[in-house]
Design a protein around this ligand. Structure first.
Ligand code: HEM
Ligand code: HEM
Length: 236
């Protein structure tokens, strides 16, 4: 049995177990800031008018968060790295058939949903940046596309992107509720305090690095991403 096949199983009563740092603080801050920003974006997007000022700013925050997460996917804590949740189609099928248990970090289906959400978010921000609502708002990169392209992007943003994202986010929350209710696995707690539920003691299990130096590095990465986005907004 592989290592990952063992950690998803409930610990044997009284067997030694421990909790492992799975989501480092930067990943948790990324997640909850992203969720908050999306709620704000939907609100400001629908109110429109003067709220478009805040809609754009929240959109820039989401872009900064996405850029940060992409970099963090290469240099962040072990379980936040893309390498730790890059599964072959064969493993996804094995997981769906119940032939392979999930381990720490994102399981094969969770990973698919994470990638889908990231791509959906990039598409939504990207189309927002070149959008033109033909009333009072044009995205900062609108002048780099033709009028037809700007209008097509705005159409996608309003008619396709937001619904695609809504579906992915609902699925995301439904999957988390499913794990909680049917599998008695609380995935939310680790996204709050960083640590997995109790897993059988295994010396080979590596925790995500989450010390002061790693957090400081994350702050630097975030600051560089934010500066890049601030520079981009001035192109408009
Ligand atoms: C607009 C709303 C939301 C968005 C866009 C969103 C997006 C994401 C993303 C991108 C990840 C991957 C994290 C990473 O590896 O960096 C994630 C993971 C996660 N999210 Fe959300 N999320 C949202 C709302 C929520 C809510 C309301 C909850 C709690 C009920 C939640 C609970 C979680 C949990 C527990 C994980 C880790 C899943 C796992 O263990 O594989 N999310 N979310
Ligand atoms: C992930 C990020 C984003 C999300 C989830 C989002 C979501 C939304 C939503 C829900 C609407 C309302 C659609 C409707 O009225 O049917 C909207 C409209 C709009 N958004 Fe975004 N948006 C995002 C990013 C951006 C960005 C970065 C910009 C530009 C800087 C932008 C520009 C616009 C414009 C121009 C409209 C049309 C407003 C109107 O016609 O009144 N969005 N967005």
């Amino acid at each position: 049995m592989t290592l990952t096949a063992t950690i998803d199983h409930p610990p044997v009563p009284h067997a030694p177990s421990h909790r492992v740092r799975v989501w480092d603080l930067p990943t948790r801050l990324f997640h909850w800031s992203l969720a908050g920003a999306i709620v704000g974006l939907v609100g400001t997007g629908y109110v429109g008018g003067a709220m478009m000022y805040w809609h754009a700013r929240l959109g820039y925050l989401v872009l900064t968060l996405l850029l940060f997460r992409i970099v963090w996917g290469f240099v962040g804590g072990k379980w936040s790295r893309f390498r730790s949740f890059m599964y072959s189609p064969r493993r996804v099928i094995r997981y769906l058939r119940g032939e392979e248990a999930g381990g720490l970090g994102h399981n094969p289906i969770g990973a698919l949903s994470v990638y889908a959400m990231l791509v959906g978010l990039i598409a939504q921000v990207g189309t927002g940046l070149v959008s033109d609502d033909q009333i009072s708002f044009t995205g900062p990169l609108n002048r780099f596309v033709s009028e037809a392209q700007g209008l097509a992007a705005t159409w996608f943003h309003k008619q396709v992107g937001q619904w695609m994202l809504a579906a992915l986010i609902l699925l995301h929350i439904a999957a988390i509720a499913f794990y909680m209710i049917r599998r008695h696995k609380n995935l939310i707690q680790p996204m709050i305090d960083g640590d997995s539920g109790p897993v059988p003691l295994q010396p080979q299990l590596v925790a995500s690095r989450d010390d002061a130096r790693a957090r400081f590095a994350a702050l630097l990465v975030f600051a560089v991403c934010a500066s890049g986005v601030a520079w981009m907004t001035r192109l408009g």
